[in-house]
Design a protein around this ligand. Structure first.
Ligand code: SF4
Length: 689
C-alpha cells in the first residue's frame, strides 16, 4: 500500500464536460487515469458525478491527440516547430491587419478553456489585434438567456445556487433535458422531490426523464413557450396573485408590462400553443401556492427565434411573483460547456469587457487602456455568427478559433464550410483533428484542461481551481502559453507569468471579481461572484438591489416571433439535444471506449404517429432532408415524442451531424443565436444494402 501511495498522484480538478462544474480528485499513475473521486467537500456535486465525469476522461490519452503544430501545405499538413508556427501566424495576422484593418480578424475563445485563457484571448483580440471581434460558444446556446437576464435583473448569470434549486418549493424546467444534459443537478431535484415532495413542472416537446417525474408535464407547440408564459402571467394578474409589495418596492415598468399582457387571453393562448386553458390555470395556481419558485431553462428555450424574448418572459414571471432576491428563488439558465459561463464572465464577448463592463462605456475602455497602456478600438464587435456572415461576404479575412468545432457547432454546416474556406488564414487550437481543424491553415495542439492550471466558473457563478493532473501530451501547449507567445511575436509582451497573475489583474479591473484571489480558491474552496474585496461571495443575487444604477429590476415587454413550422415539402419538425453518455459532437466522449461501446452512433427518434405514417420500425435506415442539407441515420420509435416530431441527438461529428440540416440564417434577432430547434424536415425510408 505504501508503494502504491507513493506512485499514485491525486489531483483536484473540475470536470471538463458540462456546466454543473463537478469537482473531484483524479488518481493517476503517470498519464494513466486510475480513478475519479468526488469528495464530500466538492461544492456543486458532493460525492456525485455522472458517467462522463467518472469514466469519460481517458480521451486525454487518445492515440489521435494532436501533439505537434501543423501548417497547411497544399491539400495536406506538414509538421512544424512551435517557433515556426507562431512566427508564421504572427506574420500573416500582422499583414492582414495592415492590409484590411483589425476588424477583418476574429477570435473565438474556448468554452473548455480556463477563465484566465479567456481573459488573455479577449485582450489579444482587443489590445494586440485591435478589434472587439471576440466571442465564444455561448452564442450557440446561452446568449439569449443572458440577454433576458441583462434586460430584467442585470447580471448574466444564475441568480442563485444549485442549493437554492434543491431547496425551492417549486421547480419549473422549460426546454431542458436536465437529467441527461446536467445529470448531477437533476439528481439534486430528484432527491428533493423524493425526500420532501418538491413540486416540478416541466415544459418540453419531448417526454424525457424529468418530464416523466414531473407533477405537471406540458408540451406546447414548438416555438410557442413565450405565449404560454405570457398567458400564465396574464392569469396571475387577473386573479390579483402578483406580489404587489415586491413590484412596488423593487421594480419599474410594471404598468406598461401588464398592458402588454392584455392580448393573452386563455382562449387565444390555447389556440396558439395547443395547451388547454385548464393547464394554464394549473401552472398559475401552482406558482401562486408555492412559497419559493425557481425556473431553469436551456436550449429548448434559447435556440429559437424568440429565445431572448422567452428568456425575458421567464424572468418577468419571477419578478411578477416576487421570486428573486431571497433564498430558493430565481432564474437559472443551465450553462452547457464546463466553462461557458466563465469565458463570458471574463470578457470573451463582443459587447463586454471582462466582468460584464460594456464596451460602449468610455470610462470602462479608459480604465482598461490605462491598465494595458494601449488604445482600444471604438468600433462594434461581431458575434460568432456574424463573423461567419462576414467571412462569407469576404470581409472577414482571418480567424483564430480556440477549442471550438465550428463546422459542427454552427447551424448550416455547408454554409460554415464555405465561410471558413474563404478565409486567408484560419488558426485552430485543438486536441484533435476536428472537422473545423481540417480546414485550417495552421493547427496548434492544445493542452486539455487536465493538463493545465487555472479556474472555471460553473452555472451557479462558482469559480473553482483546476490543478495540473498531468503534463501536456507531446508538444501540446495551453492556450495561455500560445496567446502569450503569439502576442509577443506580434510586438506586445503581456505581463503575466502564470494564470494567477491574470486573475490578480481581473480582480483589480472588474468589480464583480474584486475579492477573487487564488489564495481563497485553494483545494475545493470556491467563490461565487460577485465577490466583495473582503472575500465575501454571493450564494444568491439581488438580496438588496438589482444590478441597475437605481437598484430596481425592469419588467420588459416581449415580442413573439412566428416560428418556422412544418410545410408540404418538409412535413415534420426536427428537434435536437443531448444524450447522457456523450458530450456535444462526441469529439471527446467518442474517443472513450466504454462510452463509444455503449452508444456507438446517433439515431433518429420518431413518434409513433410518424412511424405509422412512414411505415418505420426500429433500426430502419432513413434519409432526413431539410432545405439546408440531408443525412442518413437509423430510426428508433419512441413514446417520448408525439405527433409530427422527430429528434436527433447532437453527438456526431462526421456524417450524421444535425447541423447538416439546421438553417444558419433563422436567428434570434437580438442575440444572433441560430434557431436550431426550428427545423422542418422530410424523412424517407431507405432500403438497407
Ligand atoms: Fe461532469 Fe456535468 Fe457529469 Fe458533473 S454532471 S460529472 S460536470 S458532465
Amino acid at each position: 500500500a505504501k508503494l502504491r501511495n507513493s506512485i499514485v498522484k491525486r489531483t483536484k480538478t473540475v470536470c471538463p464536460f458540462c456546466g454543473v462544474g463537478c469537482s473531484f480528485e483524479v488518481w493517476t499513475r503517470g498519464r494513466e487515469i486510475l480513478k475519479v473521486e468526488p469528495k464530500p467537500e466538492s461544492p456543486a456535486n458532493g460525492v456525485a458525478t455522472c458517467v462522463k465525469g467518472k469514466f469519460g476522461l481517458s480521451f486525454v490519452n487518445s492515440r489521435d491527440r494532436l501533439t505537434r503544430p501543423l501548417i497547411r501545405d497544399g491539400d495536406h499538413f506538414r509538421e512544424a516547430s512551435w517557433q515556426e508556427a507562431i512566427s508564421f501566424i504572427a506574420t500573416k495576422l500582422s499583414r492582414i491587419k495592415e492590409k484590411y484593418g483589425p476588424d477583418s480578424i476574429g477570435v473565438i475563445a474556448s468554452c473548455t478553456g480556463t477563465n484566465e485563457e479567456a481573459y488573455l484571448a479577449q485582450r489579444f483580440a482587443r489590445d494586440v489585434v485591435g478589434t472587439h471581434n471576440i466571442d465564444n460558444c455561448a452564442r450557440y446556446c446561452q446568449a439569449p438567456a443572458t440577454t433576458g437576464l441583462w434586460r430584467t435583473v442585470g447580471y448574466g448569470g444564475d441568480s442563485g445556487s444549485i442549493t437554492d434549486v434543491e431547496e425551492a418549493d417549486l421547480v419549473i424546467i422549460v426546454g431542458s433535458n436536465t437529467a441527461e444534459a446536467h445529470p448531477v443537478l437533476a439528481g439534486r431535484i430528484k432527491r428533493a422531490k423524493k425526500l420532501r415532495g418538491q413540486k416540478l413542472i416541466v415544459v418540453d416537446v419531448r417526454r424525457h426523464e424529468m418530464a416523466e417525474r414531473a407533477d405537471l408535464f406540458i408540451t406546447p407547440k414548438i416555438g410557442t413557450d413565450l405565449v404560454l408564459l405570457n398567458g400564465v402571467m396574464k392569469y396571475i394578474v387577473d386573479r390579483g396573485w402578483q406580489d404587489e409589495k415586491f413590484i412596488r418596492e423593487r421594480t419599474v415598468g410594471y404598468d406598461a408590462f401588464v398592458e402588454s399582457l392584455k392580448q393573452y387571453t386563455l382562449e387565444n393562448v390555447e389556440a396558439v400553443t395547443g395547451v388547454p386553458k385548464e393547464t394554464v390555470i394549473k401552472v398559475a395556481t401552482m406558482i401562486h401556492e408555492a412559497k419559493s419558485v425557481v425556473a431553469l431553462w436551456a436550449m429548448g428555450v434559447t435556440q429559437h427565434q424568440d429565445g431572448s424574448e422567452t428568456s425575458t418572459a421567464i424572468s418577468n414571471l419571477l419578478l411578477l411573483t416576487g421570486n428573486y432576491g431571497r433564498p430558493n428563488t430565481g432564474g437559472y439558465p443551465l450553462r452547457g460547456h464546463a466553462n461557458v459561463q466563465g469565458v463570458s464572465d471574463f470578457g470573451a464577448l463582443p459587447t463586454m469587457m471582462p466582468g460584464y463592463q460594456p464596451t460602449s462605456d468610455e470610462e470602462v475602455l479608459t480604465k482598461f487602456e490605462k491598465a494595458w497602456n494601449t488604445k482600444l478600438p471604438r468600433s462594434k464587435g461581431l458575434t460568432s455568427t456574424e463573423m461567419v456572415d462576414a467571412a462569407l461576404q469576404g470581409k472577414m479575412k482571418a480567424m483564430v478559433v480556440m477549442g471550438e468545432d465550428k463546422l459542427n457547432a454552427d447551424a448550416g454546416r455547408e454554409t460554415v464550410r464555405r465561410a471558413l474556406s474563404n478565409l486567408e488564414l484560419l488558426v485552430v487550437t485543438e486536441l484533435f483533428m476536428t472537422e473545423t481543424a481540417k480546414l485550417a491553415t495552421v493547427v496548434l495542439p492544445a493542452a486539455a484542461s487536465l493538463e493545465k492550471e487555472g479556474t472555471f466558473v460553473n452555472t451557479e457563478r462558482r469559480i473553482q481551481r483546476l490543478y495540473k493532473v498531468m503534463e501536456p501530451l507531446g508538444e501540446a501547449r495551453s492556450e495561455f502559453q500560445i496567446l502569450l507567445d503569439l502576442a509577443k511575436a506580434m510586438g506586445k509582451e503581456f505581463p503575466y507569468t502564470n494564470p494567477e497573475d491574470v486573475m490578480g489583474e481581473a480582480a483589480q479591473l472588474c468589480p464583480i471579481f474584486a475579492g477573487v484571489a487564488y489564495s481563497r480558491l485553494e483545494g475545493f474552496n470556491s467563490l461565487q461572484w460577485p465577490v466583495k474585496p473582503s472575500g465575501e461571495d454571493s450564494r444568491y443575487l439581488y438580496a438588496d438591489k438589482f444590478a441597475f444604477p437605481d437598484g430596481k429590476a425592469r419588467f420588459y415587454r416581449t415580442t413573439h416571433y412566428e416560428p418556422r413550422v412544418e410545410n408540404p415539402t418538409y412535413d415534420l419538425m426536427l428537434v435536437n439535444g443531448r444524450m447522457l453518455e456523450h458530450f456535444h459532437w462526441a469529439n471527446l466522449t467518442g474517443r472513450v471506449s466504454g462510452i463509444k461501446y455503449k452508444v456507438p452512433e446517433v439515431y433518429l427518434e420518431v413518434s409513433p404517429q410518424v412511424a405509422a405514417e412512414k411505415g418505420l420500425k426500429d433500426g430502419d435506415l432513413v434519409m432526413v432532408s431539410s432545405s439546408n442539407g440531408r443525412l442518413k441515420t437509423r430510426v428508433m420509435v419512441t413514446n417520448r415524442l408525439e405527433g409530427k416530431k422527430v429528434f436527433l441527438s447532437l453527438h456526431d461529428s462526421k456524417e450524421m451531424n444535425v447541423n447538416e440540416l439546421t438553417d444558419p440564417m433563422t436567428r434570434d434577432p437580438t442575440s444572433k443565436t441560430p434557431a436550431y430547434k426550428e427545423t422542418p424536415v422530410y424523412v424517407e425510408k431507405l432500403e438497407d444494402c
